[in-house]
Ligand binder design. Structure first.
Ligand SMILES: Cc1cc2nc3c(=O)[nH]c(=O)nc-3n(C[C@H](O)[C@H](O)[C@H](O)COP(=O)(O)O)c2cc1C
Ligand code: SF4
Ligand code: SF4
Length: 378
């Protein structure tokens, strides 16, 4: 069996994800026992949501009294610590989906539980009692409070995920830029009915690991999300062992076949900006030109950049390809005799070619999202 790191090259909070599947939280339902019943099928689980202070615990009690499922307890830290202890035995990366009414509440939990788990801020819930308690959607409308919470968690030295619902904030692009600037590590987005166009918009706005969510229950939906910017996929309502088993199997086969499980579509086919790795030299009128202008990368710089980044790698070869280097060559799904001959000369499979293209894409994204650090001397 292939090693999961070789297959997906995906790590969260210092641990290898066995696959890109995530259990998305459902209050009153998703706990360690629920994860245990699916432990071989997912890489990460967001357990909870857990209310973590007086105001949010009261909101949970109100919701439970009205018939909703909620996790109820008197001492949130003790209840969460017990869950974390069980999760440690299960072998699935643990994230805690938390509802708190102040940055201090989140920080207190992080200081008590420590950095072995991911802290997911619930900026998603739209139940009125929780929103009135200053969490869930409230944080998408009062973003300074969200950013302060991210900063408080980062000061406690932990890995931070932010769960949002698309289309609630005034401008989702500005929101994820703010989330990035505040120091978060992961964006977990419920895409509602917006689909892959919204995901691509978010992917093009931030370098965070992205978990795509909402109705991703088939391999075709999963592939669509991966090709438009998702690193991981989460399921809540349909997270049955049968559905997860099917996705796990199909994703593994796809990753083994292609070499890059979440390779973007080419830019001219609607791909996100990671697809710059597949782009030609900027010599014709095509979507590359406005994309570079938007990113404020001069064409000359793009030419030098790609060639510099492939130096001393097999992608530097390929003098008989269209632009004289595999740096400019298309995605493996585009058939091409010239590229394939160049790969043969290098002793490279299409699978390996895609792995090198992934490396190139990662470096290009470093330049796009942090030009200052990219050009700073070592
Ligand atoms: C019963 C139920 C409870 C939920 N509780 C939470 C929660 O506590 N925190 C949260 O961030 N999302 C919560 N969600 C949202 C889910 O995690 C997920 O974002 C949503 O159901 C869409 O994904 P799906 O199509 O895979 O179900 C809940 C969803 C359901 C159905
Ligand atoms: S440079 Fe090539 S791959 Fe990129 S958008 Fe233009 S035609 Fe498509
Ligand atoms: S040689 Fe083939 S793969 Fe390379 S840029 Fe030309 S058409 Fe694309």
């Amino acid at each position: 069996m292939m090693d999961p790191y070789d297959r997906y090259e995906l790590m969260v909070n210092g641990a290898v994800m066995k696959n890109p599947l995530v259990l998305s939280s459902m209050a009153g339902i998703v706990d360690a026992a629920y994860v245990n019943a699916r432990k071989d099928l997912v890489g990460m689980a967001c357990i909870g949501g857990f209310s973590i202070d007086q105001r949010t615990m009261e909101a949970s009690r109100e919701l439970a009294a009205a018939g909703r499922k909620e996790f109820l307890y008197d001492d949130p830290v003790a209840a969460i610590a017990a869950q974390v202890a069980q999760m440690a035995e299960i072998g699935v990366i643990c994230a805690l989906n938390l509802r708190g009414s102040s940055p201090a509440s989140f920080r207190a939990v992080a200081e008590a539980i420590g950095p072995s788990v991911v802290y997911e801020i619930d900026a998603h819930c739209r139940q009125a009692p929780l929103v009135s308690a200053g969490c869930g959607e409230y944080l998408l409308k009062h973003q300074d409070a969200l950013f302060a919470t991210i900063r408080a968690l980062k000061e406690a030295g932990v890995c931070v995920s932010v769960k949002i619902r698309a289309g609630v904030a005034e401008d989702d692009r500005a929101l994820v830029k703010g989330i990035t600037a505040a120091g978060a590590d992961i964006l977990h987005v419920d895409l509602m009915d917006f689909g892959h166009a919204k995901l691509r918009q978010l992917r093009n706005s931030c370098p965070l690991l992205i978990i795509a969510n909402n109705s991703i229950t088939t391999f075709s939906a999963a592939k669509d999300m991966l090709a438009h910017g998702a690193d991981m996929l989460s399921l809540a309502r349909q997270a049955t062992p049968e559905t997860l088993r099917g996705l796990d199997k199909d994703l593994a086969r796809y990753a083994d076949e292609t070499g890059w499980y979440n390779a973007p579509k080419q830019l001219c086919r609607g791909g996100d900006i990671r697809a710059l790795t597949f782009c030609c030299m900027p010599v014709k009128q095509c979507p590359l030109i406005p994309t570079l202008e938007h990113l404020d990368i001069p064409r000359n710089e793009f030419m030098t950049l790609k060639l510099d980044l492939v130096k001393n790698t097999p992608l530097a070869g390929g003098e008989n390809t269209c632009f004289g280097s595999l740096a400019w060559c298309c995605k493996s799904s585009t058939p091409c005799m010239f590229r394939n001959m160049a790969l043969k000369e290098q002793g490279l499979s299409l699978h390996d070619y895609m792995r090198y293209k992934r490396r190139l894409s990662e470096k290009l994204m470093q330049r796009v999202f942090d030009a200052d650090a990219f050009y700073a001397p070592e």
